[in-house]
Design a protein around this ligand. Structure first.
Ligand code: NDP
Length: 284
């Protein structure tokens, strides 16, 4: 067979997308493994996703990441879903399996891997999650599927929080509770993992922190943040002051990127390369 001049294409569809560092991480991983893959950051406006997904099929792209605002709409353009993606109701990555598009959600799995890297497991434990958006759904469903004992969701918007609690109980069988977040939230003393899954603290709002009673955090808790572009978020610094073990959002980002790499290429991702390049990007 002659030389192949065609690269395999993957990438991300989203808007906004310009500040998303995922491509840097995936391209470094492809280079490290000597794979002829290219990762393209593609701006796809709301309303244009159907065309973009048709384009993906037409161009025989190997797969794609979905980010804001496409993670839910994309479901209608897919042929198959993983169990977790189906329960979560959102997809952050697609694999093109010989023309059949399969959707998965690796956000929650990346989160679990980042816990595991620190020797932490939600199994048999009480978990409290702040927020009920996409990240909160992914994290809570994966924690439930891994055998968490109880999941408490605090959200500022009642309906969204109650819908997530209902979904967790019905689809995973976990015990779940909703707390209305209209005043500083108290973290129940029997909480093992407290997870900020809101966008509070996201760069450039690094002086913001979720409105909770930080004195209800104690030293036996593990406190985690989805925010990755300030790995020493104010939220985590407050938890550290109370003696809690803390885990930032960088590990979740790298691990979901590594899972995506594995699924697209069939090759084990070079996690160290991906971590180092992201740290360099963030000036750490
Ligand atoms: P969504 O917009 O789906 O959800 C955001 C959540 O934050 C909602 O529950 C929202 O509540 C809540 N929220 C927003 N402002 C406040 C506030 N002032 N007080 C309390 N709650 C608030 O976003 P995503 O779930 O997709 O993303 C959330 C964060 O997670 C982002 O910062 C994103 O960058 C990060 N993320 C990190 C990943 C990683 O790999 N580390 C992966 C995926 C996401 P309501 O809707 O009721 O207003």
């Amino acid at each position: 067979m002659g030389k192949c001049y065609r690269s395999e294409l993957v990438g991300a569809f989203g808007c906004p997308i310009d500040e998303n560092p995922t491509g840097v991480m995936e391209e470094a991983a492809f280079a490290a493994k000597g794979l002829d893959f290219r990762y393209l950051m593609i701006k796809v406006n709301q309303g244009d996703l159907k065309m973009a997904m048709e384009g993906l099929r037409a161009m025989n792209m190997r797969g794609i990441n979905l980010t804001i605002p496409h993670k839910v709409e994309v479901l209608q353009y897919l042929d198959e879903l993983s169990e977790a993606a189906e329960i979560i109701g959102a997809v952050n990555m697609v694999v093109n399996k010989n023309g059949k598009l399969w959707g998965e959600n690796t956000d929650g799995k990346g989160y679990l891997m980042s816990l595991k890297d620190s020797g932490i497991s939600p199994e048999g434990k009480n978990i409290m999650i702040l927020g009920a958006g996409g990240a909160a759904r992914a994290i809570s469903v994966e924690c439930a599927l891994t055998g968490a004992k109880k999941i408490t969701i605090a959200n500022i918007e009642k309906e969204q929080g109650e819908v997530l609690v209902g979904l967790l109980e019905k689809r995973t069988g976990v015990k779940a509770e909703f707390i209305m977040w209209d005043k500083p939230v108290e973290v129940p003393a029997d909480t093992y993992i407290l997870s900020n899954a809101t966008s509070v603290g996201l760069y450039p709002d690094v002086d913001q922190k979720p409105n909770i009673n930080y004195d209800s955090i104690h030293s036996d808790m593990v406190v985690t943040d989805v925010i990755f572009n300030d790995p020493h978020s104010l939220f985590l610094r407050e938890a550290e002051k109370r003696g809690a073990k803390t885990i930032n959002g960088l590990g979740m980002l790298v691990n979901q990127g590594a899972l995506n790499f594995n699924l697209w290429t069939g090759v084990k991702a070079p996690i160290d390369v991906m971590t180092n390049i992201l740290k360099r990007e963030f000036g750490l």
